[in-house]
Design a protein around this ligand. Structure first.
Ligand code: G3H
Ligand code: ZN
Length: 275
């Protein structure tokens, strides 16, 4: 199956009142584990290449891994750039065949976020690629990038932003954080509702690892259509490796690590698809 765009799969989620998982991938084994379960569950999937993966290996090999996975897949697969650092990186990803790019300008002045987001949208839409933008900084640590300030998204900024930036999806800061939460997340559900009511594009919830199921269900019922998960996948993979590495059988080790990832993927897909 050819690669799908972010807009295509989130439009499906909007019609079904569900959310599509954005899973970060860092090697070959994790996407293999993800697609196995996504096909079993007949669920589209967003394979996300983040700043950590790019720093570790650049854009040399992972795009080809995702292309190969998509080619053999029976469900739609999106190749997505996570937390894009700027216009130039977005262009590099367009050239590498991504079907969706995020530009994360949430830590820059609002006007700069708008300007760069508009440039990325113009370039990406010219070649049929979707764009995710972000308002309201997400705190926590992800891919070696840490942000202390948790900004609950400013609804006036959302209103202004969506009137001038034609992005396909919008990540919003609503008390969510990257990495493992210290305590129970305090998600501001009112802001999801308000963003929906003002006609925001498909809404995205970052920091999906560790958010309790009831909060996920409520967020989806209010209009969240994409939920990012990275930390739980990575911890599952490393758990599987750790428990088998001393056995000296590399295939058994990778198989166990993939099984651990598959368990997380299955639980997230069933939750996000409201099964
Ligand atoms: O951008 C990546 C996601 O927001 C992942 O967040 O590691 O807390 O699941 P997480
Ligand atoms: Zn994120």
């Amino acid at each position: 199956m050819a690669l799908a765009t972010l807009k295509e799969v989130l439009d499906i989620a909007e019609q079904t009142g569900t959310a599509i998982p954005g899973f970060n991938i860092d090697n070959i084994e994790i996407p293999e584990a993800i697609i196995t379960v996504a096909e079993e569950e007949n669920c589209p999937v967003i394979m996300t290449i983040g700043q950590g993966a790019i720093a570790a290996g650049g854009l040399k090999h992972l795009p080809d891994v995702v292309r190969s996975v998509a080619r053999h897949s029976s469900v739609p697969v999106v190749m997505h750039l996570d937390h894009g650092a700027g216009y130039e990186q977005a262009i590099a990803c367009l050239r590498a065949g991504f079907t969706s790019v995020m530009y994360d300008g949430s830590h820059h002045p609002f006007a700069e976020n708008v300007n760069v987001s508009r440039d990325v949208v113009r370039a990406a839409h010219a070649v049929g690629v979707s764009v995710e933008c972000e308002l309201g900084a997400i705190s926590g640590v992800e891919d070696g990038i840490s942000h202390d300030n948790t900004n609950l998204v400013d609804l006036n900024e959302v209103s202004k932003f969506i009137s001038v930036v034609d992005c396909d999806a919008l990540a919003i800061g609503i008390g969510n954080a990257h990495g493992i939460y210290k305590g129970t997340p305090d998600i501001d559900f009112g802001r999801i509702r308000a963003c929906r009511e003002m006609g925001a594009p498909h809404l995205v919830l970052h920091g999906g690892s560790g958010i309790p199921e009831d909060m996920i269900r409520k967020a989806i019922s209010l209009g969240i259509r994409k939920i990012n998960v990275a930390t739980e996948l990575r911890l599952a993979f490393m758990k599987g490796l750790g428990e088998t590495a001393s056995g000296g059988d590399i295939y058994k080790m990778y198989d166990r690590a993939k099984q651990e990832v598959m368990e997380v993927v299955r639980a997230k897909i069933r939750l996000f698809q409201q099964k």
